[in-house]
Design a protein. Structure first.
Length: 325
């Protein structure tokens, strides 16, 4: 093992939007939203950006000032909503933290991004002997959804979560096993097109076109339930750890119904799944690290505990990481 999470942090926007607020702009009700998603409220950006939330999540991570910043040699940001493409969000984080020399890059694997970034960070830290690394999961979904479509608008929120990784070849804590995969989205159940700009060489009628997230909920739900089942089973089978030894399962917070169905299929108590979708909604790449920070800050994790991080998202991507705290 050797690469372990030693600190966690998070940052969400200032503005909190309840289901009752959405009743004023959508044909929906608080009861309807809670019944279908488990969401009660979410945080929505007003002045915050992907970069600003990421920086503050990292500042929360490092607020005790007991980390030698010169040891941080890697920053990976998982996001599908970068406010700047060049420089990357991770480069903006490095600049804000005043780290002189550091590898930085962003990745986009939609809601699975944090797991993929964590796995890439583990590999790079081992291969390049990097002592400390930061992984951030962040998304501003409020910029992507159609606020006239209750099928998507009610589900999402904004937020950033971060972890500080430490590499010690002799440490018995850290990542035990990893499973990542992708299947084709043959029915286009989850799509977000990029902005298209008019050029002298295309036939666009407008100067540019904006696109919004399109999601076919029933297809996504079926995929997600299978993805959780496959991912959890796979990381268990790849390890010498039994499911009974797992203290918590931290799932991507997409929909309460998805998590309930997966727990039933796996014959796992729902209490083993750490859920905070009621307060944050689906923050995409931010959901797992935000939940992990809550677990950590509430002292629910003890050294030696086994936990599973499991996620799924567009692409269709999915996976899980089993780690020893």
């Amino acid at each position: 093992m050797g690469v372990q999470i030693i600190k966690t942090g998070k940052k969400v926007p200032y503005k909190k939007i309840t289901n009752f607020d959405l009743e004023k702009i959508l044909n929906t009700t608080d009861e309807w939203i809670k019944d279908r998603t488990g969401v009660i409220s979410r945080f929505i950006s007003t002045n915050e950006t992907t970069t600003s939330l990421s920086i503050e999540a990292c500042q929360d991570l490092l607020k005790e000032n007991d980390v030698n910043l010169s040891e941080i040699g890697l920053i990976i940001c998982a996001t599908m909503t970068p406010d700047t493409i060049i420089p990357t969000v991770s480069a903006n984080i490095k600049k804000a933290l005043k780290i002189d020399h550091c590898i930085t890059f962003d990745i986009n694997v939609a809601c699975s991004g944090f797991l993929y970034a964590l796995s890439v960070a583990e590999s790079m830290m081992k291969n390049l002997s990097i002592k400390k690394g930061i992984v951030v999961g962040v998304d501003l979904n409020s910029q992507l959804v159609d606020w006239k479509d209750r099928g998507t608008a009610i589900v999402f929120g904004d937020g950033a979560g971060s972890v500080l990784l430490s590499y010690d070849i002799n440490d018995t804590s850290g990542i035990v096993s990893t499973f990542l995969d992708n299947i084709d989205d043959t029915e286009n159940s989850l799509i977000l097109k990029n902005i298209s700009y008019k050029t002298p060489f295309n036939n666009l009628n407008n100067e540019f076109e904006f696109f919004k997230l399109e999601m076919f909920g029933p297809k996504v739900m079926k995929f997600a339930i299978n993805a959780i089942n496959t991912s959890i089973s796979s990381v268990i089978n790849l390890s010498k750890v039994s499911l009974n030894e797992i203290k918590y399962i931290v799932p991507h917070q997409a929909n309460q119904r998805i998590i309930d169905a997966a727990a039933k299929n796996l014959k796992i108590s729902k209490e083993k799944f750490y859920i905070n979708i009621d307060n944050y909604a689906n923050t995409s790449a931010g959901s797992i690290p935000i939940a992990l920070d809550e677990l950590n800050k509430n002292n629910l994790l003890k050294k030696g505990d086994y936990i599973i991080l499991v996620g799924f998202g567009g692409g269709l991507s999915f996976g899980a990481i089993l780690l020893k705290w």
